[in-house]
Design a protein around this ligand. Structure first.
Ligand code: WTA
Length: 654
């Protein structure tokens, strides 16, 4: 079926899959209705899917009221996430593989880590952290590649009640330093160097550079990945591989309150610097495990692979916490989809007989362009469910995923959610719903989406409507606050539309009542499935001595979904040149990281501003999209001739 016609079709699961799924259509309807009409009763029951040390009696105590946003779930219960992900499985599945680790190079052997082994590794890691002085409530920054130690480190923190904050290994030393300082971390865990796609990133030397800008007391725990030489500062740097030899095999899991923070994860917003999203213990693990089981129809013995990096929320919830809480076998991949060639994902699926495969549309688009033979030469018969996350999926990529990868047999779950939401918010459930290419379809249990009029903030009822997406009531894995700045939390998510959680996305509810995400309605862009605040890139650009002003917008990009388009006004004494463009790219890469590298830079003698000095990004977006015939009302501009110049000179973008 061609991508043009496919959008109007629905794709029901096979009857075999539907009949055997955890959640059938009838069960979804019944469970969803009860989750909304009686959240207390619903979550009292489903809260039991994890083991509590002291059972909770209160289920939900949440308020979105202006000035008083306060979210608590299971607040008098106590538990430990590491014990839920490991210890409770030992009796039944100590010998089962918990983590399959597939290294960057296919020539290096994969590792199979059993639950018993995971227990030993995590306990030892936890004891090493205690040895370094880490205590309950302390913050630990994890700056590691995709190696099993990243999962051990997360679970070790959870075991002793330390709060981890993972920084994606692609971030620069500056970004790392900001995050270490932002949460006042006691320890940074890193590795010597990290192989990825056949190249190496010097993580330890990045950490060294970051540590020049932090308190002297921050300790650095270094995991050996490659054995490459690194600089070493005695008293500050600690050798994990040596310390772990001395560490005890057992560490008692700390008794944590349901509302104790489990982790902080920095994410980009439309204003200012990235904010530390705080997730807590009880609600998060209940929701992560439940969505993992139901969205992917995970069954005992299945091999689950989420291709994300643990540096993003997807890796937190669907590589580590969700799957392990369910006693699953989860695959962790160190490499990239195109190394050694464009067949790697599919080779790994064949090699490890993957049943559920979860990736981002950007990866699919890149692979799709390489040709079908890379997929077709692999045996993908083990695949049962496919998933996507991170950005809207276009019909071409959906069709390719469905036909070429899934052979038309595997339901595609298009999961809409955010760092802030902790777990899936909207997705088809594979046995319950006929999917529609590009639709996030239905809310998960307990999620109450509404479509709001962007101007009035009123709920738009009925079907076949479009507006901004908001959520009416709390769900267990909702973020609780911005680390150290509750006011910013309220202002970001609850101020625009009172009494709702505002997600920052637009959406459409179609004639059948199914949801489609239409993309961000704020100044956040989505580059290769990574969230990027345009404000962040702008502030990196203006930090360069040659730059007077900068405005950054997203524009449609075939592979990345959106690309980064920068309008740059130079200082008076600066001459535009290709070398300067190159320098600015390198500059942004060092300020933020390679993921923020500008795709296009256009020299802009002036930027379109209102008389009050506000940049009219709507106009800049149109020019970036080559849609400058329909700029709309420009009468409020202080100097309309600026726009003509930008249009005339748009071809100097590169
Ligand atoms: C976008 C990633 C359309 C959306 C889990 C959201 C999506 C942002 C989808 C969150 C999807 C995520 N369809 N758009 N299935 N999933 N998004 O915090 O704009 O990195 O607000 O979380 O990604 O990005 P984040």
């Amino acid at each position: 079926m061609s991508p043009d016609t496919v959008v109007n079709h629905t794709f029901p699961p096979s009857s075999e899959l539907a009949e055997n799924a955890h959640i059938t259509a009838a069960r979804y309807d019944e469970m969803y209705a009860s989750s909304i009409s009686d959240p207390d009763g619903f979550w009292r029951e489903h809260g039991q899917r994890v083991d509590w040390i002291k059972p909770f009696t209160t289920v939900k105590n949440t308020s979105f009221a202006p000035g008083n946003v306060d979210i608590k779930w299971f607040e008098d219960g106590t538990l430990n996430v590491s014990a839920n992900c490991i210890d409770r499985h030992l009796a039944e599945r100590g010998g089962q593989t918990a983590i399959i680790w597939e290294p960057d190079s296919p020539d290096e052997p994969a590792q199979h880590i059993t639950y018993a082994e995971l227990h030993r590794r995590v306990c030892r890691f936890a004891n090493v952290l205690e040895e370094l002085g880490v205590r309950k409530g302390d913050r630990v920054v994890i700056y590691l590649p995709m190696i099993p130690e990243a999962a051990y480190a997360m679970l070790a923190c959870a075991r002793i009640g330390a709060i981890h904050s993972i920084v994606f290994a692609g971030f620069s030393p500056d970004a790392l330093a900001a995050r270490i300082n932002g949460c006042d971390a006691k320890v940074v865990i890193t590795a010597d160097t990290a192989p990825r796609g056949g190249r190496k990133t010097a993580l330890k030397s990045n950490a060294d550079a970051a540590l020049l800008h932090t308190k002297d007391t921050v300790k650095c725990l270094v995991v050996k990945r490659t054995g490459d030489q690194t600089t070493w500062i005695n008293g500050r740097d600690f050798d994990y591989n040596e310390m772990v030899l001395e560490a005890d095999d057992y560490c008692k899991p700390a008794e944590m309150n349901a509302e104790d923070p489990l982790f902080i994860l920095y994410t980009s917003g439309s204003t200012g610097q990235p904010k530390g999203v705080v997730h807590t213990t009880g609600g998060y693990i209940v929701y992560a495990s439940m969505t993992h089981e139901y969205t992917f129809d995970y069954k005992d013995g299945d091999i689950f692979w989420c291709t994300a990096d643990v540096g993003w929320v997807t890796g937190h919830s669907y590589i580590v916490y969700g799957p392990l809480a369910n006693g699953a076998t989860t695959l962790m991949f160190e490499g990239v989809p195109t190394y050694p060639d464009a067949s790697r994902f599919w080779q790994v699926c064949e090699k490890h007989k993957v049943n559920q495969f979860y990736t981002a549309p950007t990866a699919l688009r890149a692979l799709m362009g390489q040709g079908n033979e890379y997929v077709e030469k692999c045996d993908l018969s083990s695949l049962r469910i496919l998933g996507t996350v991170g950005e809207p999926i276009n019909p071409e990529a959906w069709t390719w995923y469905n036909d070429v990868v899934g052979g038309g047999r595997c339901p595609i779950v298009d999961t809409w959610w955010q760092t802030e939401t902790g777990g899936h918010m909207m997705t088809p459930l594979p046995g319950a719903h006929a999917t529609k290419p590009g639709a996030a379809m239905k809310p998960f249990f307990g999620v109450h989406p509404v479509v709001l009029d962007p101007q009035s903030g009123e709920e738009i009822t009925g079907n076949d409507v479009e507006g901004v997406l908001a959520i009416k009531d709390s769900w267990p894995s909702q973020m609780r606050t911005v680390w150290g700045d509750h006011e910013r939390f309220e202002k970001t998510y609850f101020a625009d539309y009172k009494n709702y959680y505002f997600a920052g996305d637009g959406c459409r509810r179609d004639a059948d009542g199914d949801y489609w995400i239409t993309g961000r309605v704020d100044d956040v862009i989505n580059v290769s499935g990574h969230r990027m605040g345009t404000a962040e890139v702008e502030s990196a650009l203006v930090a360069h001595a040659a730059v007077a002003e900068a405005a950054v917008v997203g524009y449609p990009h075939d592979i990345k979904g959106q690309g980064i388009y920068c309008y740059v006004t130079l200082m008076n004494d600066q001459e535009p040149s290709d070398e300067l463009k190159k320098e600015l790219r390198t500059w942004v890469r060092t300020e933020i990281g390679p993921i923020a590298s500008p795709d296009l830079i256009q020299w802009a003698p002036g930027l379109p501003k209102t008389r009050s000095g506000k940049i009219m990004r709507r106009i800049l977006r149109k020019i970036a999209e080559n849609d400058y015939g329909s700029l709309g009302d420009t009468s409020t501009l202080a100097d309309p001739s600026v726009v003509d110049d930008l249009i005339d000179n748009r071809m100097n973008r590169s």
